[in-house]
Design a protein around this ligand. Structure first.
Ligand SMILES: Nc1ncnc2c1ncn2[C@@H]1O[C@H](COP(=O)(O)OP(=O)(O)OP(=O)(O)O)[C@@H](O)[C@H]1O
Ligand SMILES: CC(C)(CO)[C@@H](O)C(=O)[O-]
Ligand code: BAL
Length: 370
């Protein structure tokens, strides 16, 4: 059941009247484990936030772009373990997509997202008083997030931006030059709107997590950054909202990222510390699978381009020639899965019929060794 009053929407599995007053909402979240409110604008959200502070409650904030999957839910579960209240944002942020990127085709699945969050709140409710609940979904419009100028994706576009350099120019930033400016900017706005005690990000987007930590440190933001392990399919593929575009053929070949990184981790665990040895193990898998695919007919193959395979320092993301085993390193990679050249009748080609190129990223941490 849902109703919208004054820009605040209430979702509850129990028949309940809408509580427009934020203090009532705070009290209600304790009584009704399955209810949360949806906020489209900042003032009402701030009102709730203030009441929660007055009641000694803590906020864990999970920013997302929706199309929720188990990876997002694992961030929310972690936030609920460590806070009384969880705020989740769902906002597909235009400024982090380059002008030729997939903003318009990015999956938007509002109804199923809300269903998943309600179900998760029931699960959290069943865990008892020691576990927090989802209290608020923040789903702002772009006018709310960018109140003065329309959001610009141009490299030299106008607007108020947060830039974190040189971190944002490396790795993903080479192919996606406005990406981390957009991410840092929207996260700064989201943090200002929610003023959370803790924020939760996924290890899957490792560069994003390093940049957010740097932003929080450098801008003296009063929050703790928590990074949650990458949730994977049983065979190792990292969950990602964009996986729905893969289809069966590209899904199988896309697993090469995971295989390549796993081979590099094995080399490190076997005592190798040089860049050539560690990355060589990953590259040889990426090259072998690609040449196998190239030898297949177009109706059978899935081609990709390796954008980068990186071995970098965990904080500066500077490329390493040698891993210091006391410090460890981050191994990360991005593949661009090309559109299918030819499809077969009845083939599962994913959303977009195999015509949408899909960027896949993954990473593994080379843990410091005692
Ligand atoms: N497999 C995963 N495991 C853990 N966290 C994840 C996973 N996938 C995404 N996240 C985290 O969820 C948060 C929101 O990510 P986002 O909404 O962009 O989803 P996504 O699956 O990363 O989408 P895409 O990769 O297609 O952009 C980010 O902190 C991201 O790191
Ligand atoms: C952090 C984020 C929600 C900012 O738009 C996005 O980059 C994401 O989903 O990882
Ligand atoms: N999870 C990162 C969001 C993006 O690729 O735009």
């Amino acid at each position: 059941m849902s109703r919208l009053v004054n820009g605040v929407k209430s979702f509850s599995t129990a028949a309940s009247s809408l509580l427009a007053d934020a203090s009532a909402a705070a009290a209600r979240s304790a009584r009704q484990p399955t209810s949360f409110q949806v906020f489209r604008d900042v003032p009402e959200l701030r009102q709730l936030r203030r009441k929660l502070i007055q009641n000694d409650r803590t906020i864990g904030f999970v920013p997302t772009m929706g199309a929720l999957h188990e990876g997002h839910l694992s961030l929310i579960r972690e936030a609920a373990r460590e806070n009384t209240d969880v705020f989740v944002s769902i906002y597909v942020n235009p400024t982090q997509f380059g002008i030729n990127e997939d903003l318009s085709s990015y999956p938007r699945t509002w109804d199923s997202d809300v269903k998943k969050l309600k179900k998760l709140n029931e699960e959290l409710g069943s865990l008892g008083a020691g576990t927090g609940r989802i209290t608020a979904i923040f789903a702002p419009t772009s006018k709310v997030m960018y109140p003065t100028l329309p959001p610009s994706s141009e490299i030299d576009g106008h607007g108020s931006f947060v830039t974190i350099t040189p971190l944002s120019r490396k790795l993903e930033g080479v192919s996606r030059p406005v990406f981390f400016r957009g991410v840092a900017t929207v996260c700064m706005k989201l943090f200002n709107a929610t003023t959370p005690d803790r924020v939760y990000f996924g290890q899957k987007d490792v560069q994003q997590s390093v940049i957010i930590k740097r932003m929080v440190k450098d801008f003296l933001i009063d929050t703790e950054v928590r990074i949650v392990a990458t949730a994977r399919e049983a065979d190792g593929l990292a969950l990602s909202s964009r996986n729905v575009y893969l289809g069966a053929r590209r899904r199988i070949v896309g697993l090469t990222l995971h295989k390549a990184l796993s081979a590099a981790v094995e080399a490190y665990q076997a005592g190798k510390t040089s860049r050539d040895d560690i990355l060589g193990a990953a590259r040889s898998i990426a090259e072998r699978v690609l040449s196998e695919q190239q030898s297949l007919p177009p109706s059978e193959r899935a081609l990709y381009e390796v954008d980068y395979i990186s071995l970098a320092d965990p904080e500066s993301l500077e490329e390493l020639d040698l891993v210091d085993p006391k410090k460890g390193a981050v191994l990360s990679t991005a593949f661009k899965m090309a559109p299918l050249e030819e499809t077969k009748p009845g083939e599962d080609c994913g959303l977009g019929d195999g015509k949408v190129p899909v960027r896949l990223i993954d990473n593994m941490i080379l843990q410091p060794q005692a």
